[in-house]
Design a protein around this ligand. Structure first.
Ligand SMILES: NC(=O)CC[C@H](N)C(=O)O
Length: 360
């Protein structure tokens, strides 16, 4: 356990668009921030969660009462992929916690949560009644909010109308691995573990920007990755997915990728009241009694009723019965709303990658 100086308390607050104010203290970077306020009920995995690019544009509330006690690992890149994070940097706009640890203890701990936030210029608010705050978000639905640390004005920011994927996608194509089959990965803000799950199954992965013209590339299958924002904003991406359907290219959609594939198939998406963000979301295989516990992070969902002929619901959420995946009756298309790559969370659904690769 490293001894650290306890920093003096500095007041700050979270102001919600409904007028509610939560006072607390600042840690991390000393600046204001705005975004959509969402909560995650996971009990561990804050380094992986905070580096998930799907959180871009969001202020993340951790409901687990103590965050930071095992510190944060060093950014160690191996084969151009971060070893212990889901991307190279913190992606959330800010975090809100009840209590954070200035001291930490872990074999892999390199710095404190406070130091890590400062290094990436991300503010954190602690000393907040996160249970009270989460009740508001559950009852009223997700709200816009801002962290205010000084007297400078800051506007609310609505991520649902913005092209957030352009801010998190890879800038140029990049190839990983050396397997015989080549998977084209459309990077909408891809989590590292999607890539490592593919590489573990001995395929080559060609990772391309979300707006890349894929018509000149050779590949055996396509993965549409997770990503931030509202799927209906990404019309060109939906067009790309439509072409994959026309050409009957084996395709796996994950989270945002599921929503994009569903829009391309002709289905509709809608926004859930407060989304699913945790590591223990139960899903059931439609038409059976088989259940899995999954890791999730999403606000939007596919409306099962709008799935066109040929497309079947694959999984459903056992908390609210919303759609958690779809599969084509005959053609090699499948997609899931949850995260088969987990990280953080249970790895029970990694078989989704095997099933996809059987089609490739
Ligand atoms: N993790 C994801 O890919 C999330 C997809 C989309 N941004 C949503 O919130 O529903």
């Amino acid at each position: 356990m490293k001894d650290r100086k306890i920093t003096p308390k500095r007041k700050a607050k979270l102001v919600l668009k409904n007028g509610k104010v939560f006072e607390g203290f600042l840690f991390g970077s000393r600046r204001n921030a705005a975004g959509e306020v969402v909560f995650n009920t996971g009990m561990m995995g804050y380094p992986e969660t905070m580096t998930d690019p799907s959180y871009k544009g969001q202020i993340l509330v951790f409901t687990y009462p103590l965050v930071g006690n095992y510190g944060v690992p060093q950014l160690n890149d191996s084969d151009d992929l971060p070893l212990f994070f889901e991307s190279q940097k913190i992606q959330v706009e800010a975090i809100v916690v009840s209590e954070h640890s200035e001291k930490y203890s872990h074999w892999n701990g390199y710095q404190s949560l406070d130091e890590w936030l400062k290094a990436y210029d991300i503010p954190g608010l602690y000393g907040v009644d996160t249970r009270g705050l989460t009740k508001i978000l559950r009852e009223q639905g997700t709200l816009l909010g801002k962290i205010i640390t000084d007297n400078k004005p800051v506007d609310y920011y609505d991520p649902d109308t913005d092209n957030l994927i352009s801010k998190v996608t890879i800038s140029q194509k990049y190839e990983y691995g050396s397997g015989k089959k080549r998977i084209l990965l459309v990077d909408c803000g891809c989590k590292k573990s999607i890539i490592t799950n593919l590489l573990d199954r001995d395929v080559r992965v060609l990772r391309v920007p979300y707006d890349y013209d894929i018509s000149n590339e050779d590949f055996d299958g396509v993965v549409l990755s997770n990503g931030p924002g509202n799927p209906v904003v990404y019309k060109k991406l939906v067009e790309t997915a439509r072409k994959l359907i026309q050409k009957q290219v084996p395709t796996l959609g994950i989270c945002m990728g599921h929503q994009i594939l569903a829009l391309a198939a002709g289905a509709k998406t809608y926004k859930l009241k407060y989304g699913h963000r945790s590591q223990n979301q139960p899903v059931k295989v439609v038409g059976s009694n088989k259940c899995y516990v999954t890791s999730q992070n999403h606000s939007f969902a596919v409306d099962t009723k709008t799935l066109p002929k040929g497309w079947m619901p694959w999984f459903e959420n056992l908390n609210d019965y919303s759609n958690e995946g779809m599969i084509h009756e005959k053609l090699p298309f499948r997609s899931v709303q949850f995260h088969p790559e987990a990280t953080p969370g249970p790895v029970d659904t990694e078989f989704i990658f095997d099933e996809f690769l059987k089609d490739v």
